[in-house]
Ligand binder design. Structure first.
Ligand SMILES: Nc1ncnc2c1ncn2[C@@H]1O[C@H](COP(=O)(O)OP(=O)(O)OP(=O)(O)O)[C@@H](O)[C@H]1O
Ligand SMILES: [Mg+2]
Length: 505
């Protein structure tokens, strides 16, 4: 076997889809011993390229070299046999099985031989110890936090002897501590001589963990730079093709009447309540941010105020007590950007013209008095949303499944803002969205606030909460443990409050 500096090299990879040239003669390489970051706008073609490497998508043109040798990768098993492992953004684990079961799945001895479970478990256990992972081999997947589930995905690839690891937005759903653990592992894995390709939209992460960065835009390579010789602003400019404002510009809020009032909310949980007496108010024209480590009641709070979860306590919209159901809430004027865009965001088989009216699809103006869809109204509305919210490609006929992650998110944000709600409940509104689109979504939320919309913002991204909110409530173990003004608190103080260490309120 030839020995090459390059673990993996792509030459002139091209992939055409009906509406876009997703990859346009892309050439790049990752060397043994390094972390290569792959960055680019939503829809630039990153995931497509990595799916080609992993044998999930067939390229129209181009060659792939592994360790200097030309290879053919036609399925994930070809990729695995070549030492390539991939950690997808949406985990592919079986929730009801244990860690060991998931890791060995598909690798059990064949030819009618019974699975030697004890041996498999031992091998998995040894691997966990070697890696220093905090993971119980017998734990059931659905009981594990996201970070641990991701460690199982990594374990799966290493159990199959991956030497080249591809991670597509692995940090989007992790807590800061989990990100730190992941990066420690990535650095060690690279130092052992392996190769890593990391896709992320978080440029500070690129600066922290990568050795080199390849930037792509509209399916083409813009350039490859050494991380030590670049900075966040330059990367952003290469990605987007213009200067990006990295902080939110907004005037002080001028809050009006109370739009949402929650009083003493309780939601039951296992060992302790998920919500334990939460009260809060959100006024017209203000953005109230909820900060906290994920899993401290934020998800439940959002579900309660949007009518998706039973609770005890009182919710008032504009002073009137309501018993929220999803439809009542929506008709009253609440929009919701959901945390889980795959469960509650888009219908993947529906085209955009229907995805942008979901939730209002049964009402005028979208339905005429005979009960039929008003196609022309719907098409014009959809066209407007797609243009205003910069959804790419600019089609209203593409089905949800065919969008890149960030563009799917832009469709949801567009749908929820275009109906001009009185209250926007936004959970992780910019997750998976590129730096230019984050700027754009933030501007849109601020503009709607200035027109009097009330916003309840939940985000695991502390930076986002700090820069977008007018007031911040910190949640810990199902309770609001503090209220702060973003200008008057440091990230360190916030971190302490989020860890339940210092309640300053
Ligand atoms: N199966 C498909 N059919 C049609 N078009 C597709 C398909 N898969 C991807 N595309 C298009 O290819 C382009 C590149 O998508 P890709 O998912 O690679 O982007 P990305 O760089 O990963 O973006 P993001 O940061 O948003 O995840 C997008 O315009 C997308 O709509
Ligand atoms: Mg992607």
């Amino acid at each position: 076997m030839t020995v090459s500096d390059f673990a993996l090299e792509l030459r002139d990879i091209t992939k055409r889809y009906p509406l876009v040239l997703a990859n346009d003669h892309i050439s790049l390489g990752v060397k043994w011993g390094e972390v290569l970051a792959l960055v680019g706008e939503n829809g630039a073609g990153k995931s497509t390229l990595m799916k080609i490497v992993y044998g999930l998508v067939t390229p129209d043109e181009g060659q792939i070299y592994v360790n200097g040798e030309l290879v053919k990768i036609q399925s994930p098993s070809d990729a695995i046999a070549l030492g390539i492992g991939m950690v997808h953004q949406h985990f592919m684990l079986v929730d009801t099985l244990s860690v060991v079961d998931n890791v060995i799945l598909g690798m059990e001895p064949k030819n009618g031989v019974a699975i030697d479970y004890a041996a498999a478990r031992k091998k998995v256990k040894n691997l966990i110890d070697e890696l220093g992972f905090d993971l119980d081999p017998d734990a059931i997947i659905e009981e594990l936090p996201v970070g641990a589930q991701q460690r199982v995905e990594i374990l799966k690839t290493l159990y199959r002897n991956a030497k080249i690891l591809i991670l597509d937005e692995p940090t989007a759903v992790l807590t800061p501590q989990e990100v730190e653990d992941l990066f420690k592992f990535l650095r060690e894995f690279a130092e052992q001589g392996h190769a890593i390709i990391l896709i992320t939209h978080k440029l500070d992460e690129v600066m922290e963990v990568s050795d080199r960065v390849t930037v792509i835009r509209d399916g083409k390579v813009v350039g490859t730079v050494n991380t030590a010789e670049t900075n966040v602003a330059e990367l952003a400019r290469m990605m987007v093709g213009r200067e990006v404002i990295l902080t939110v510009h907004k005037k002080p809020a001028t809050p009006g009447e109370v739009v949402l009032e929650a009083e003493n909310l309780f939601v039951k949980g296992g060992t302790r309540p998920r919500l334990d007496g939460v009260s809060l108010q959100v006024r017209a024209g203000e953005i109230v941010g909820i900060a906290g480590v994920e899993g401290n009641g934020q998800t439940e709070l959002v579900e309660v105020v949007t009518g998706l979860r039973p609770f005890k306590g009182t919710i008032r919209y504009n002073g009137e007590a309501v018993h929220p159901s999803a439809r009542v809430v929506r008709e009253w004027g609440v929009s919701h950007i959901p945390e889980e865009r795959n469960d509650r965001g888009l219908i993947l088989e529906f085209s955009t013209r229907y995805n942008v009216i979901l939730g209002d699809h049964y009402k005028p103006p979208f339905v005429g008095f005979l009960g039929f869809f008003n196609d022309q109204v719907i098409n014009e509305y959809a066209q407007r949303v797609v243009e205003e919210f910069d959804v790419r490609p600019r089609s209203i006929n593409l089905i949800g499944r065919r969008y890149s992650g960030g563009n799917a998110q832009k469709i949801i944000v567009g749908r929820e803002l275009a109906r001009e709600p009185k209250l926007l409940v936004a959970a992780q509104p910019t997750r998976g969205v590129d730096i230019g689109a984050i700027e754009f979504i933030h501007q849109n939320i601020v503009e709607a606030r200035d027109k009097g919309m009330a916003v309840l913002l939940v985000s695991a991204d502390l930076n986002e909460v700090m820069s977008l909110s007018d007031r911040i409530l910190v949640m810990y173990e199902g309770r609001v443990v503090g209220e702060v003004e973003p200008q008057e608190v440091t990230e360190e103080q916030m971190g302490l409050m989020m860890a339940g260490l210092e309640a300053t309120a």
